[in-house]
Design a protein around this ligand. Structure first.
Ligand SMILES: Cc1cc2nc3c(=O)[nH]c(=O)nc-3n(C[C@H](O)[C@H](O)[C@H](O)COP(=O)(O)OP(=O)(O)OC[C@H]3O[C@@H](n4cnc5c(N)ncnc54)[C@H](O)[C@@H]3O)c2cc1C
Length: 406
């Protein structure tokens, strides 16, 4: 029924000669951009599962699908206010404005609420000073989801505000970081008297922690980032522009499949290197493939919870831990197969998997850090699922200024 409706609409509206922007505007106006969003905000008020179904159906009709709403979209939608929704949602969904996440700081990662980047209201503008780090894609972002302290006299979680920071201004300096896998997808971002219009606040002043939790909850959904597929799309300017856009934005994610351990390559790796008859290798592969299948089911349970509009419970953290476990086991099995040669990187002539193995081994550690470390997932499970006592916090309730100085 839903798919038939989408098909009829696409048949009547898709024209491969359209420019990408014009096509996306049509999708927005018709409510097919994010069908789970309210009708007032470019959606159709359908359940969360409809987004994937509709995107898949649009693609099956040979048309270019919409850009996913990412992390900023759901946060702005949920926390507003309306003038912020009006200003930012449309260009986010047409792909005209790209966002990055400015959360982590050198001394505030797992303990994000311990952030010290500060925003002070000066007339009609907020003036921001501080430093962020590990900011994926900050080098090509137009806007940053920035959390900054606006009230040092409130307790830790209560004096934080969530801003939409214009990235292209003199007060914002983005410096790329080089990773041990030789990619460069992160940046340091230095904020020196950076300016944000007074009304560039997402949610409410000093209440940004709640909005930050919405972003973090959505981050878990994007951990197993799908690669864009354009197979079967009608050729034309919209397809060309969508492919160019995806190539640019996915460049920074080129190593993400390696970060997950490349389970898909393990059996073939064992066969081609003649190690598939070794009993230990076979045992380890069997263990990997079964753990991977079980992790997949847990991920499906988490997705199913989200699809019916429920936040995932323990399965979110269990699923994330399982993916870390699978990635580590995959790295171990690849190493067992390749032996010391696995350390050969780049274009060394006999580097296993044409040098990809070295990239796997240097990328897998990121799996247990991004989106909340393994230890933090265990804390969440202990406290929220198993009902264990919370970690002691001697500074609880103190003004953050005093807590920092203790
Ligand atoms: C691939 C990737 C992409 C990222 N993209 C972004 C981005 O776009 N924007 C952004 O802002 N950040 C980003 N990050 C940063 C990420 O959110 C942080 O690295 C993460 O939150 C951990 O913080 P940290 O690195 O400061 O480590 P720390 O918090 O300093 O942790 C160090 C170690 O201590 C452990 N630990 C800390 N607290 C506890 C505790 N209470 N109990 C037990 N153990 C604890 C941790 O588990 C870890 O092993 C990204 C990271 C990665 C790997």
């Amino acid at each position: 029924m839903l798919c038939a409706e989408v098909r009829d609409w696409v048949r009547a509206n898709w024209d491969p000669r359209l420019e990408l922007r014009a096509w996306r505007e049509r999708l927005l106006e018709a409510g097919w951009a994010v069908p789970s969003w309210p009708t007032r905000w470019f959606g159709k008020g359908l359940p969360a599962w409809a987004d994937d179904v509709v995107r898949g159906e649009i693609r099956r009709c040979g048309a270019v699908a919409t850009v996913p709403a990412g992390l900023a979209g759901p946060t702005i939608l949920e926390h507003g206010p309306d003038h912020v929704r009006e200003r930012f949602l449309r260009p986010l969904l047409t792909g005209d404005e790209v966002w990055c996440q400015l959360f982590s700081e050198p001394a505030a990662g797992s303990d994000l609420a311990g952030l010290t980047t500060t925003a002070v209201l000066d007339g009609d503008e907020w003036v921001v000073n501080g430093q962020k780090v590990w900011n994926t894609s900050a080098h090509h972002a137009d806007l940053g989801m920035l959390v900054a302290r606006t009230n040092w006299d409130a307790p830790k979680h209560h004096g934080i505000t969530y801003f939409a920071l214009p990235m292209r201004q003199p007060g914002v300096e983005v410096r790329p970081l080089r990773q041990m896998n030789d990619h460069s997808s992160f940046n340091e971002v230095f904020l020196t008297d950076a300016r944000i219009p007074r009304d560039g606040v997402i949610g409410e002043v000093d209440r940004g922690w709640t909005a930050a939790l919405t972003t973090l909850a959505n981050e878990r959904k994007f951990l197993s980032m799908a690669r864009a597929s354009f197979d079967g799309i009608d050729p034309g300017p919209a397809l060309d522009a969508a492919m160019a856009e995806a190539a640019e934005s996915l460049k920074v994610y080129a190593w993400y499949p390696q970060r997950a351990g490349r389970v898909d390559l393990v059996a073939e790796h064992a066969r081609t290197s003649g190690r598939n008859a070794d009993a230990t290798v076979r045992q380890e592969i069997a263990k990997l493939l079964s753990t991977n299948a079980i992790a997949g089911w847990t991920t499906e349970r988490a997705k199913a919870a989200l699809a019916v509009g429920r936040q995932p419970g323990p399965e979110g953290s269990i699923g994330k831990l399982a993916l870390s476990e699978v990635a580590r086991q995959a790295a171990k099995v690849h190493s067992l197969i390749a032996g010391a040669g696995g350390m050969l990187a780049g274009d060394a002539p006999d580097a296993p998997l044409a040098g990809l193995l070295a990239e796997i081994l240097t990328s897998v550690p990121a799996q247990s850090i991004a989106g909340g470390t393994d230890e933090i997932q265990r804390n969440i499970l202990g406290e929220r699922a198993l009902g264990l006592p919370r970690e002691p916090d001697p500074n609880k309730g103190l003004p953050y200024r005093d807590a920092r100085n203790r």
